[in-house]
Design a protein around this ligand. Structure first.
Ligand SMILES: Cc1cc2nc3c(=O)[nH]c(=O)nc-3n(C[C@H](O)[C@H](O)[C@H](O)COP(=O)(O)O)c2cc1C
Ligand SMILES: CCCCC(=O)C(=O)O
Length: 360
């Protein structure tokens, strides 16, 4: 348990990482260290958690076909997303409340992202300000829940611009909060004393955040006029909405079901990707999140039409296990697995894996 007495010494964190061989190993290690209520908050999904399970299962249902004797050489994993270079097509998905996992919270995550050269999407509901996360040197995008108080929303956009964020990620799958029954059973509805939503006004209580069913395309049009930062929409699952996103000037789309935490029984995000890729037809980059745990998962998502993927819960588990060092290790593992998968697929880069190399 890390009930305020976490051992932050280098020796203890490296020992904590001794038995970590793959991304999934972090969850069991984190579970041993976390307060049970906070573990449940991170792990849980909506209601029966059907979609949580579906996300990982969808990767398991697809098989990879290698091509041989192409001699592509060592794989190049670097990519450019919305004009920004990244060391690999794997991003850190926005997840709220990193301080529940580790005292240095999003600053530890940001330092690991900076060291790895990956893009971190900071959650609006971070427990450290966006300015302090930006100071880690991470390539940063900011996730927003558009607040009906547009003056407040605009002030946050200006802060993101001033802090050097490279894009805004507007979460559109949250006209209400999903029904989280583990949270209900645990009576977990706000942050413990001493922790706050650092970007929000007042006391930074979670209950003051508005997830509004009135948010519409008009708000997106307003945001489009308000900032010149690239805007991605996160949480699109319908191909018609993907087309509308492009028409309304979105610069990118994240195919996502919020890690199964919003509407339960939506399909796996991977299952919606090919349809959405066809609808968007290359007009804007597509990202995917939900259930990405292996280098082979990244390869499958890219072959089915994504330019990059984002990883959510594993980052929280790695943070809980060893803070910055944990997240660095996680990103190294993902990078090593992706390089290995791409090489074994006979490709020179993740983007060179083709759709015909993924079969049911
Ligand atoms: C504990 C937790 C908190 C999250 N908080 C946010 C958030 O504040 N904003 C958001 O857009 N998505 C949030 N998400 C969703 C993630 O961005 C992402 O869609 C999801 O975690 C991806 O699935 P994965 O965890 O299977 O990788 C959260 C997810 C988790 C697990
Ligand atoms: C009001 C808290 C929302 C955070 C979030 O998006 C999640 O836990 O999935």
């Amino acid at each position: 348990m890390n009930g305020g007495a976490v051992d932050l010494t280098a020796a203890s964190t490296s020992e904590a990482l001794d038995d970590i061989v793959n991304v999934r190993d972090f969850e069991a290690a984190a579970r041993d260290r976390l307060n049970r209520v906070h573990y449940d908050y991170f792990a849980s999904g909506a209601q029966d958690e059907v979609t949580v399970a579906a996300n990982e299962a969808a990767f398991g249902r697809r098989a990879l076909i290698p091509r041989v004797l192409r001699g592509p050489g060592a794989p190049a994993l670097e990519t450019t997303l919305l004009g920004q270079p990244a060391s690999m097509p794997v991003l850190i998905a926005p997840t709220a409340f990193h301080r529940l996992a580790w005292p240095e919270a999003e600053v530890a995550t940001g330092r690991a992202a900076a060291a790895a050269g990956v893009i971190m999407i900071a959650a609006m509901l971070s427990t450290v300000t966006v300015e302090d996360i930006a100071a880690t040197g991470a390539k940063l995008w900011l996730q927003l829940y558009v607040q009906p108080d547009l003056a407040f929303t605009e002030s946050l956009v200006r802060r993101a611009e001033a802090a050097g964020c490279g894009a805004l990620v507007v979460t559109v799958d949250s006209p209400a909060l999903g029904r989280n029954e583990r949270g209900d059973r645990n009576d977990f509805h706000d942050l413990p004393p001493g922790m706050r939503c650092a970007n929000m006004g007042g006391d930074g209580h979670v209950r003051d955040v508005v997830l509004s069913p009135e948010i519409s395309w008009r708000h997106l049009d307003w945001l489009r006029r308000t900032t010149s930062l690239p805007i991605l929409l996160k949480g699109v699952l319908h191909d018609a909405d993907a087309r509308l996103a492009v028409e309304h000037g979105a610069d990118g789309i994240i195919v996502s079901n919020h890690g199964g935490r919003q509407l339960d029984t939506t399909p796996a995000s991977l299952d919606r990707l090919p349809l959405i890729a066809d609808a968007v037809a290359g007009r804007v980059p597509l990202l995917l999140d939900g259930g990405v745990r292996r280098g082979t998962d990244v390869a499958k998502a890219l072959a089915l039409g994504a330019q990059a993927v984002a990883v959510g819960r594993p980052v929280l588990w790695a943070l809980a296990v060893a803070g910055e060092a944990g997240v660095r290790r996680l990103l190294e593992l993902m990078r090593g697995e992706l390089a290995n998968a791409v090489t074994l697929l006979g490709a020179g880069a993740p983007a060179d894996v083709t759709r015909d190399q993924v079969v049911p």
